[in-house]
Write a protein that binds this ligand. Structure first.
Ligand SMILES: N[C@@H](CCC(=O)N[C@@H](CS)C(=O)NCC(=O)O)C(=O)O
Length: 193
């Protein structure tokens, strides 16, 4: 099984951190944007969007980071990262969709406002903080939604946010950053050449 990724972005980091945290038997391949690897026919046959992350498992090709997370959690049940019951699974799906439909656009809006206007993001941080009160992880125990959401708040922009009004969120973020998978995928300065 091979994961095509590029550690530095949150959609990639969430999956790579998951793989590394649980020591999953997945070969991690860092694509070369410099060589336009993701726009070559061989990669477009894996993901016609020409984007990473993408996973190849035998003859199965999967793209979209949250779909990859839930697939990995399903085929590696020892991760205990995805509930099997309908309500538990729906709860996870809720937070994964929330991340891609609300958190990601709010981070984009913040970037567009040159990191000054946090008005779209603040209510979302409050929602996360409420959810985390009295819980170690978003849904109690460590799961795929934690990886999907934490990766966004660990971006350069996410790290600059003021979490003083959301202490449960701040504590969770510190716990997430200390996890083996996130330590192993800490963003380093891009290599030149
Ligand atoms: N919704 C997709 C987003 C994938 C995506 O946009 N990947 C970016 C990096 S985060 C990419 O590959 N960009 C390269 C390009 O557009 O050429 C996911 O969650 O996997």
């Amino acid at each position: 099984m091979r994961l095509y990724t590029f550690t530095i972005t949150p959609n990639n980091r969430k999956v790579e951190a998951f793989v590394r945290h649980f020591d999953l038997p997945v070969e991690v391949h860092h694509v070369s944007f410099k060589d336009e690897e993701t726009h070559q026919p061989a990669f477009l046959a894996i993901n016609p969007m020409g984007r990473v992350p993408a996973l190849v498992d035998g003859d199965f090709r999967l793209w979209e980071s949250n779909a990859i997370l839930t697939y990995l959690a399903t085929i590696f049940p020892q991760t205990n990262a995805l509930p099997g019951d309908a309500r538990g699974r729906a709860d996870v799906d809720r937070w994964l969709h929330w991340q891609s439909c609300h958190l990601m656009p709010a981070m984009g809006a913040l970037k567009a406002a040159e990191e000054k206007d946090t008005s779209t993001l603040q209510p979302l941080l409050k929602i996360l903080d409420n959810q985390l009160q009295g819980r170690e992880y978003l849904l109690g125990s460590l799961g795929v939604a934690d990886f999907a959401i934490a990766a966004y708040l660990m971006t350069k922009m996410g790290r600059k946010l003021d979490y003083s009004a959301t202490p449960a969120l701040a504590a969770w973020l510190a716990r997430m950053a200390a996890l083996k998978g996130f330590v192993a995928t800490q963003v380093k300065a891009p290599q030149i050449g």
